[in-house]
Design a protein around this ligand. Structure first.
Ligand SMILES: Cc1cc2nc3c(=O)[nH]c(=O)nc-3n(C[C@H](O)[C@H](O)[C@H](O)COP(=O)(O)O)c2cc1C
Length: 190
């Protein structure tokens, strides 16, 4: 089967997660097409895809507008097949229940605004690549992380992503696609 993975990213962590999910799809014998949401092939149609994964990262409390536009444009086609959405943020790394609740609220509000209810969604902890930020961004992110009780050593990069959670998310998605396919075959033969 063929899977589509579309992601939004600022510094590349969501791309890295999307690549891991694409590899997971391929390891079990599927084809997987991976695109950044602001560089989609012209005239992309979702018809060939058995399932779609959509990812976006959080910058200044919002997901990439080009991912929002992707969802708006393909809403009907997304609704017609198994889909999963993943959000990537620094706040998702926090064990604080209030931060966790805020992350949930951010993601559910985003999906509700677009009227999209993917079969599953997850909020993954991202990364803070201090050494790749310019001075202002580094300073700002350090303030934010200090307040959140996160790491403030800007001489190195920090990755918080729970790769086991990503793998489980990928597995659940692949199971949903298989279930859908099995249901279709039942209908066809019954
Ligand atoms: C300018 C900027 C703004 C950010 N704003 C937020 C934010 O509002 N909430 C949050 O939880 N994380 C925030 N982050 C952290 C990112 O979500 C985190 O670094 C994530 O891994 C980014 O993924 P990406 O590299 O795919 O864009 C911000 C990061 C940057 C650089």
């Amino acid at each position: 089967m063929r899977m589509l993975i579309v992601y939004g990213t600022g510094e590349g962590q969501t791309r890295k997660i999307a690549e891991v999910l694409a590899r997971q799809c391929r390891e079990v014998g599927h084809d997987a097409d991976l695109y950044q949401g602001d560089a989609l092939p012209r005239g992309l149609a979702l018809t060939p895809y058995a399932g779609v994964l959509v990812g976006a990262s959080v910058h200044m409390a919002r997901h990439q507008p080009y991912i929002r536009r992707f969802i708006q444009r393909y809403l009907e086609e997304l609704r017609a097949r198994p889909c999963a959405f993943f959000s990537v943020s620094a706040a998702a790394a926090s064990p604080d229940p209030e931060s966790q609740a805020q992350v949930r609220e951010l993601v559910t509000a985003f999906l509700a605004e677009e009227g999209w209810q993917p079969g599953q969604w997850a909020a993954f902890a991202g990364a803070v690549p201090y050494t790749r930020y310019g001075r202002l961004k580094r300073w700002m992110m350090r303030q934010i992380l200090r307040r959140a009780g996160g790491p403030t050593d800007t001489s190195r990069d920090w990755e918080f992503t729970d790769w086991e959670a990503v793998r489980l998310f990928g597995e659940q998605f692949l199971q949903a696609v298989s279930r859908q396919r099995a249901g279709r075959m039942d209908v066809a033969s019954g």
